[in-house]
Design a protein around this ligand. Structure first.
Ligand code: TRP
Length: 460
């Protein structure tokens, strides 16, 4: 098998840090709370958690395994592995699906990361302390997204930072940055949690997140059944764990050969889930204590947390620190979204790493305009009653990532030789954990994901 990866993590810990860096990002702190708010709270949370355990963990393991054994960009890895397993070269298309999904996601991810960047100086300059009413804070956010020029500047800064890191190669610096950033983010989240506990309606927030009530989840308009909540919860599990598009595969390709996969996966998924749950436990008490609505949508985080920062002692400092850490967490996720595309371009041998980064970076930056305008100039333009931003997000998270996941599951569990799989995992075929994993990949995941997707397109 050809191995064309020159890069490698310094150790297993290096991989864990990078994978956490990829997983923890806007998905946990921006997207998870607002989706939970839109889909009625506890019911969404429980379905999300079930998806993380029954789909996320097994697929993450399969994806790392594919990367580690395939040893290339997702396109090359799938081609190598298909050859080894005597399967069609068309499996390289799975790598392609991932390259495209990553590119699409990054185009809007960078715009949202621009918002967090703006909030760094908004906090530092005391804007939130002097305008500390829920309605003033809401209008700060509404004014931000109404201004395409400013959004473009922020998006450009974020994309430039992403490209600079990528051009230099993702290993060394990333490991070191994540090692400091994730614990720091965690400390600020715990402080915010302490604030949330001190708000009058803390318990309302807790009930909202953990009381399981399927009414709002299955009957969003109060009358007609809709399974869309399940699709969105599943898509969010893929999104938050960075699964289904080759990000984790390409990181797996940089793993030293002798690492054990199962343990690393569990740590990454645990950290990711913890940050998401914490974010919810912070945001919903603030929502209820200030008479806000949980279903505010994409602005939820930006319209609630500043209230907390405006009120707490040293809120300017903690607020800007928090949004800075969030921007950095988004940066370490952004890198992993586009690394598959760059690894692929470099591998073709036509392009050096720096030029590959420039080409792909510019393309992503340009596509970001679509998202920027979705919030202002083009906000009335809708397809399937979604703005272009919503459509890109919907198609990538809820369709492309789960499809990628199904195919990875099928490839590992049905097509790879089981000796190859067990030797890669260093387990015997009788190992109970291995058998459960294999069963989930073979039957449960393809079936469950297919049913959810068919339901989404209205087939039953
Ligand atoms: N998981 C990241 C977040 O929650 C986003 C992300 C990074 C991602 N890499 C990915 C999403 C790959 C899907 C696929 O913010």
């Amino acid at each position: 098998m050809t191995t064309n990866i020159q890069n490698q993590w310094s150790s297993q810990a290096g991989f864990i840090l990078a994978a956490i860096g990829s997983a923890v990002g806007l998905g946990n702190i921006w997207k998870f709370p607002y989706l939970t708010g839109e889909y009625g709270g506890g019911a969404f949370v429980i379905i999300y958690l079930i998806c993380v355990v029954l789909m996320g963990l097994p697929i993450m393991m399969a994806e790392v395994l594919l990367g580690k054994r395939g040893a290339g960009s997702p396109v090359a890895s799938m081609r190598n592995l298909a050859k080894e397993a005597g399967q069609s070269r068309l499996w390289a298309l799975l790598g392609w699906l991932g390259v495209i999904a990553g590119f699409l996601v990054l185009s809007y991810y960078s715009v949202i990361a621009g918002w967090t960047l703006d909030y760094v100086w908004n906090s530092a300059s005391g804007t939130f302390a002097t305008n500390n009413t829920p309605s003033a804070i809401k209008s700060i956010f509404q004014n931000l997204i109404a201004d395409p020029t400013y959004l473009l500047i922020l998006h450009s800064i974020f994309m430039l930072a992403t490209m600079i890191i990528l051009a230099r190669g993702v290993q060394g610096g990333l490991e070191r940055a994540v090692k400091f950033m994730i614990p720091a983010l965690f400390v600020v989240l715990i402080m915010l949690l302490a604030y949330a506990i001190s708000t009058p309606k803390f318990m309302d927030g807790v009930h909202f997140m953990f009381d399981i009530n399927f009414n709002k989840f299955f009957y969003p308009d109060g009358e007609n059944f809709s399974g869309k909540g399940i699709l969105v919860a599943m898509g969010q599990a893929f999104f938050s764990l960075s699964l289904g598009m080759g990000a984790i595969m390409v990181y797996g390709a940089y793993l030293p050969k002798d690492t054990s996969i199962a343990k690393t996966i569990a740590i990454v998924a645990f950290a990711d889930t913890l940050v998401a749950i914490l974010a919810g436990l912070i945001i919903f008490p603030i929502v209820f204590s200030n008479g806000l609505e949980p279903d505010a949508g994409v602005g939820l985080v930006f319209e609630t947390l500043p209230i907390a920062f405006g009120q707490m002692p040293f809120g300017n400092i903690f607020g800007s620190l928090f949004f800075l850490l969030l921007t950095l967490a988004a940066l370490s996720s952004a890198i992993s979204l586009i690394e598959p595309a760059i690894a692929w371009l470099v591998e073709t041998g036509k392009c050096a790493r720096v030029s590959a980064t420039i080409v792909i970076g510019i393309a992503t930056w340009l596509l970001g305009f679509v998202t920027i305008f979705s919030f202002n100039e083009w906000s009335e333009f809708k397809l399937f009653s979604m703005t272009m931003f919503e459509l890109i997000d919907y198609v990538t998270s809820n369709i492309m990532l789960p499809l990628g996941g199904i195919f990875m599951a099928i490839f590992v569990a049905w097509l790879m030789k089981s000796e190859d799989v067990t030797s890669e995992l260093k387990v015997s075929a009788q190992n109970c954990g291995y058998q459960i994993w294999n069963f989930l990949l073979r039957y449960i995941i393809p079936l469950a994901v297919t049913l959810v997707l068919l339901n989404a397109i209205g087939i039953f």
